[in-house]
Design a protein around this ligand. Structure first.
Ligand code: FES
Length: 931
């Protein structure tokens, strides 16, 4: 192939690179120049993560031919900070909380810089226009817009963030400890790793949704250019199947075995380049015997349906019953019955799955973004027949997960390839791979029946839910159990019968996705509540208030709520905010209709079930040399106290590093910026379990807090002896150890640490925290140790000529127990609202014979910046006794009520009731709009 040399100036430095005709600018930056701050989110120019500035203009480098950059000046994220000072945009993104997972951040900042360079005083519409092709799945865009306005001088910067020297760090709006690395491009994501002599892997997937594999011929592929190995099932030395709950998912489907969906893996090609590995896939011949495919849960349930697994097609039936449901329906004054349909949807995290495996002496180290690194370690070790300690999983920065990185993606394939070849191997999913192959949100069909008295008291709820759990178990049984247990909503209902069925089909597996099954049943429940309110002539919020759970209420599972039930306050706060909202219900344009809708939700915190819900954390106080600027060169004068928190919990963007740093700073009095948080490295952190079920603030937060308290007590013993006071009179704050009574000078933290070291007292402690016990849904007792509650109101505007819906405003009040970092909680609220908006209006996997058709961001519609509504986040704090400082969790519930609030608002605006998601715009196309 003709190669050519191009010359370009990158961040002010002349560079010369040899390229091929089809080489993209992104590859030059990342692969040739090592500037991995620029990210590849889709490779098709749809997400904007690869945005750089070329000759003053923002361009998407993944679709910009490198030869077009010959002679150009290129600016990347690495070039923005000057002399150690962040660019104003970078500073504003950090301080404003505009960074979560950080994968979109470099592209966002570069697009914003191009805008401000050309237009220093942009309007909000200018910002939307400039960034509308830059997707963010985490933040809801609100804080990104605010950060740009701060950088443009149009909005005040937030008050200086507390420096952690004040005594109360918990409850303060703190910037994330990892935000600076993310705004400068220094944060390393899995695909950013490079090792000498590295190979690349690509995977051959099934051509059928259901078929027996009669033969796999890899001989031709094995001799293709650059190919080093072609691996099939016979190369898997250990357990042939993986699975996050049941081991039913083949690592590679063997000859004689059965493929159960279009993502089943048949062979792994390992080659010198990714292009060579991809090209060789074409040369693998597979002979199939097609089998009848089951493509919906209804088909799976038929008595004559073929069995997809030895136990049949039913993965799990969950049944919850309380009271006498049939009798209650007979006595009800009003009964409402309706069928609902919800689609399969995708997490659409901006960072596609990636794994880099490096062989080690007798083992392997795998760098991969995951929600359960320790379970990855166990699954890799089992399939490779390696001792557990020979497999190390290191969790780099992760570009979002939302439940979609709990299952194995490429970790075992990369590890196997590395061990077989003896060389490092990188395996990165394309956007199409990601949208096609990893587990999805369950598509459901929900039969819902509600009975109530004339005065609006719920007396009975009966729900049956069929869930398409796809080809393999994943977390489907647990997800569908939550769909059932939460189906009656956060309401006191004396008679309930809730059934859910997780059914195997030949569609992509279904598993966890933010909300874990509750968004589906919440949509149905809250639509029922809206219909009931209308039938009874009641205000929708008043109906919810009359039925709201409170302390002493009994849930359908029989669990009695004994504390921390903040739902009523969230209803009150939303009602107040709606009253304060501008009255603009009648747009000037007569083809547009506006309406408000409301919805409530609750969501468990923690895993639930009979197994202990535990997480470990290790907290160390140590002395380190200060920064060179501060160093006087004299021994002893340059040391400063530093805290290191090591925990096994995975951070996928949700904000755990800030929470743990705040807890350590609070308990030990060490400045916040001197707390280093190391997460999820099986080689150096204790196990933290899964980052799922909104549990990590609660469990890992408690573990870190208790470990920090032990360290403090150890230091207090040393300091008390030195000062001649009782240890319980000492206060750790502001980098000092004070004597509180009588208040007098004490020691610096550094002196206290040095004292403890000299006396051999512990300065490092590890705690494994176990949450209060829970039971499964069939057993009387607490199914969960805590719940979060929320109420949201949405205002929409519908163009009844085109059917277009614009969500104008969402008020979101959520009881989080205690907001350890309100800045982070707001970010979760705003991001969750936008995800719920997508579920209502745009998101749906289009499947044809088991194949995902909309496998690009051009066709799978994630909400963009110009679709974001105004969001009013309201934090309600009804503390949980066992939570750290009362905190519960916030990750999932923020997106659950949004969908129904929007569809109920559409009804208020148009009179069109949505029972199938996403909203069909054609249905809103009213030839004769209502007055
Ligand atoms: Fe934007 Fe995660 S912070 S995609």
């Amino acid at each position: 192939m003709d190669r050519q040399t191009i010359h370009l100036t990158v961040n002010g430095t002349p560079r010369q690179v040899e390229i091929e005709p089809r080489t993209m600018l992104l590859d030059v930056l990342r692969e040739d120049l090592g500037l991995t701050g620029t990210k590849n989110g889709c490779g098709q120019g749809h997400c904007g993560a690869c945005t750089v500035i070329m000759n003053g203009k923002a361009v998407r480098s993944c679709v910009t031919l490198a030869r077009r950059a010959d002679g150009a000046a290129i600016e990347t994220i690495e070039g923005l900070a000057q002399d150690g000072e962040l660019h104003p945009l970078q500073r504003a993104f950090v301080d404003q909380g505009a960074v979560q997972c950080g994968f979109c951040t470099p592209g966002m900042i570069m697009a914003a810089k191009a805008l401000l360079d050309a237009n220093p005083t942009p309007t909000e519409a200018d910002i939307e226009q400039a960034l509308k092709r830059n997707l963010c799945r985490c933040t809801g865009y609100a804080k990104i817009v605010e950060a740009i306005q701060v950088a443009a001088g149009q909005r005040s910067a937030p008050e200086a963030a507390p420096d952690g020297r004040q005594s109360a760090v918990v409850g303060q709006r703190m910037p994330r400890p990892d935000a600076v690395a993310k705004v400068t491009g220094a944060a390393i994501f899995a695909a950013d790793y490079r090792f000498p002599d590295m190979l690349y892997a690509r995977v051959l997937r099934s051509a059928h949704p259901h078929a027996r594999v009669l033969g796999i011929d890899t001989s031709l592929a094995g001799t293709a250019p650059g190919v080093v190995a072609v691996l099939t099932a016979v190369d898997v030395p250990g357990r042939p199947n993986h699975g996050v709950s049941r081991h039913d998912w083949p690592v590679l489907v063997a000859v004689g075995g059965v493929v159960r969906y279009r993502g089943d893996a048949l062979a792994v090609v390992v080659a010198e380049t990714e292009a060579q590995a991809e090209a060789a896939l074409e040369h693998i011949a597979v002979e199939y015997e097609p089998l009848p495919a089951i493509l919906s849960s209804e088909e799976a349930r038929r008595p004559d349906a073929p069995h997809l697994h030895p136990g049949g097609n039913l993965l799990k039936h969950t049944h919850v019953e309380r009271g006498d449901v049939d009798a209650a329906f007979k006595q009800a004054d009003v009964v409402i019955e309706q069928v609902y349909h919800t689609p399969a949807t995708d997490h659409a995290f901006l960072e596609p799955e990636a794994a880099v495996a490096v062989p080690t002496a007798g083992g392997v180290t795998v760098y991969a973004g995951s929600q359960i690194p320790f379970k990855d370690q166990a699954q890799i070790a089992a399939s490779l027949a390696l001792p557990l300690e020979k497999v190390r999983v290191v969790h780099p920065a992760v570009g979002g997960a939302f439940g979609g990185k709990e299952d194995i993606s490429g970790q075992i394939h990369a590890a196997l390839a590395a061990v077989v070849t003896g060389r490092p191997v990188k395996l990165v999913y394309t956007r199409s791979d990601s949208l096609r192959y990893h587990p999805k949100r369950h598509a459901t069909t929900i039969h819902y029946k509600t009975g109530a008295t004339r005065d609006g008291k719920l007396v009975a709820v009966a729900v049956e839910i069929l869930g398409d759990t796809g080809a393999y178990a994943s977390l489907g049984e647990f997800v569908m159990a939550r769909t059932a247990t939460h189906a009656a909503g956060p309401y006191d209902v004396p008679n309930v019968r809730l059934d859910s069925y997780a059914l195997f089909t030949n569609n992509p597996p279904a598993g966890a996705l933010r909300g874990f099954g509750v968004p589906q049943s919440c949509f149905a429940c809250e639509t029922q509540m809206d219909m009931l309110a209308e039938r009874l002539g009641l205000d929708p919020l008043e109906l919810r208030r009359r039925n709201s759970v409170r302390v002493g209420s009994t849930l359908p599972t029989g669990q009695v709520l004994r504390e921390s039930v903040g739902l009523l306050e969230t209803i009150e706060r939303v009602e107040q905010a709606m009253r304060a909202a501008p009255v603009d219900d009648r747009p000037a344009d007569p083809t547009r209709r506006r309406g408000w809708g409301v919805a409530c939700a609750f969501k468990n915190v923690g895993l639930g079930g009979p197994l202990p819900d535990s997480a470990g954390a290790d907290v160390e106080l140590t002395l380190r040399l200060g920064s060179p600027r501060l160093c006087s060169g004299q021994a002893g004068q340059a040391t400063e106290a530093q805290c290191i928190v090591r925990a096994g919990a995975a951070e996928n963007g949700q904000g755990l590093p800030a929470v743990l740093a705040q807890i350590a700073a609070q308990e030990l009095g060490v400045p916040y910026e001197r707390v280093q948080v190391i997460l999820a490295d099986t080689g150096q952190t204790p196990d933290g379990g899964a980052t799922t079920a909104s549990r990590q603030t609660f469990v890992t937060g408690n573990a870190a807090r208790q470990a920090a308290i032990r360290v403090r007590e150890s230091l207090a013993g040393a300091a008390a002896e030195e000062l001649g006071v009782s240890p319980d009179t000492l206060v750790f704050a502001n980098g000092q150890v004070y004597v509180s009574s009588p208040r007098a000078a004490g020691l610096t933290l550094e002196q206290a640490i040095a004292l403890a070291h000299r006396e051999g007292r512990a300065t490092r402690e590890q705690v494994v925290y176990t949450a209060p016990p829970t039971v499964d849904v069939e057993t009387p007792g607490d199914t969960h140790f805590a719940y979060g509650y929320g109420t949201q109101a949405a205002q929409v505007e519908v163009d009844v000529e085109t059917g277009q819906v614009r969500v104008l405003h969402v008020i979101a009040a959520h009881d989080v127990g205690k907001a350890i970092n309100p800045l982070g909680v707001e970010g979760q609220l705003e991001g969750g609202v936008l995800m719920g908006l997508g579920y209502a209006l745009t998101e749906e996997l289009e499947l044809d014979n088991g194949l995902v058709l909309n496998d690009t961001f051009a066709r799978y519609k994630v909400p963009s910046i110009d679709q974001r509504p105004r969001i009013t986040p309201i934090i309600v704090e009804d503390p949980a006794a066992a939570g750290p400082y009362g905190a519960k969790g916030v990750g999932e519930i923020t997106s659950i009520p949004t969908t129904a609030a929007i569809t109920n608002a559409i009804y208020a605006a148009t009179g069109v009731r949505t029972t199938r998601l996403p909203v069909a715009l054609d249905d809103l196309h009213l030839s004769d709009p209502p007055d």
